[in-house]
Design a protein around this ligand. Structure first.
Ligand SMILES: NC(=O)c1ccc[n+]([C@@H]2O[C@H](COP(=O)([O-])OP(=O)(O)OC[C@H]3O[C@@H](n4cnc5c(N)ncnc54)[C@H](O)[C@@H]3O)[C@@H](O)[C@H]2O)c1
Length: 251
């Protein structure tokens, strides 16, 4: 199954798209998808590998640590310098050490939430400020997770970020409708470098618990992001769209 086998519409011609965590996995696939649909893409990541993604798609790269508000502001400024506007800002970067709370340090919690809550909030803030100033429409896409909805063992700090992302998405949508939309996308198991380290036997058990009996390709998430970020989804705001092979449907 590869979502690239499907025809790709040209919904993002003339749009400028910022993707954080764009060097890898879902972010990289989103950078490719939005570029294929005609967007000018700013790839942001703490990892300089984002330059390679930008080169592949004819976009730009800005190295930014999303937990540092100064660097988030610099990312916004660099995008405006390069492209003159921002239409879709996609908060997607994450970094996490997965441990049960008794083994997790406060420093790890601060680092995880620094990217996953403060970084998302700061990204939304600079994007909304720009969109309001421009007096135009815009979209904030936030990558959440199935773990925004259910508990899984050993993920307390990470799940705190993903719950916050949903609440923040709702709030942004209510504050800025109808001109600025905010939508969360909530993936289940996606085959990215983030899950590569999971031992085979654990992965087998995870897949057994997914009715679709597979993880998805990052391109499938990118296809969803490109839809929710487009004008076709103009009535969709303040909600989360789940892409999980019926994982949550089990209850
Ligand atoms: N892979 C999955 O199964 C899955 C499931 C649900 C949700 N998600 C979510 O999808 C998003 C992308 O995950 P992925 O699987 O593609 O992971 P990934 O590890 O492939 O990519 C994450 C990217 O974020 C970047 N990053 C890390 N810290 C950063 C920082 N401080 N500033 C800027 N960039 C930083 C990394 O360098 C990397 O390029 C995350 O928000 C994750 O929570 C993933």
């Amino acid at each position: 199954m590869n979502a690239r086998m499907f025809p790709v519409p040209a919904r993002h011609q003339g749009k400028v798209y910022v993707i954080t965590g764009g060097a890898s996995g879902i972010g990289r696939a989103c950078a490719h998808r939005f570029a294929q649909e005609g967007a000018q893409v700013m790839v942001a990541d703490i990892d300089a590998a984002g330059q390679g993604v930008a080169d592949e798609i004819g976009g730009s790269f800005f190295r930014a640590d999303m937990s540092d508000p100064v660097q988030v502001c610099a990312l916004c400024a660099a995008t405006l310098d390069t492209y003159g506007r921002i239409d879709i800002w996609h908060n997607n970067a994450f970094s996490a050490v997965f441990k049960p709370i008794q083994n997790q340090t406060l420093a790890e919690f601060d680092a995880i939430t620094g990217v996953g809550i403060r970084g998302y909030w700061m990204g939304a803030k600079v994007a909304v400020e720009h969109m309001l100033q421009r007096g135009g429409k815009g979209v904030i896409v936030n990558t959440a997770s199935v773990q925004s909805f259910v508990g899984e063992k050993g993920f307390s700090a990470y799940q705190a970020t993903k719950g916050a992302v949903l609440a923040m998405t709702r709030s942004l949508a209510v504050d800025h409708a109808p001109d600025i939309r905010a939508v969360a996308i909530a993936p289940g198991l996606i085959k990215t470098p983030a899950v590569e380290g999971i031992p085979d036997d654990v992965m087998e058990e995870v897949i057994t618990g997914i009715p679709a009996k597979r993880g998805a390709d990052p391109e499938e998430v990118a296809a969803l992001a490109a839809f929710v970020g487009s004008e076709e989804a103009d009535y969709m705001s303040g909600t989360a769209v789940i892409l999980d092979g019926a994982y949550l449907a089990i209850g």
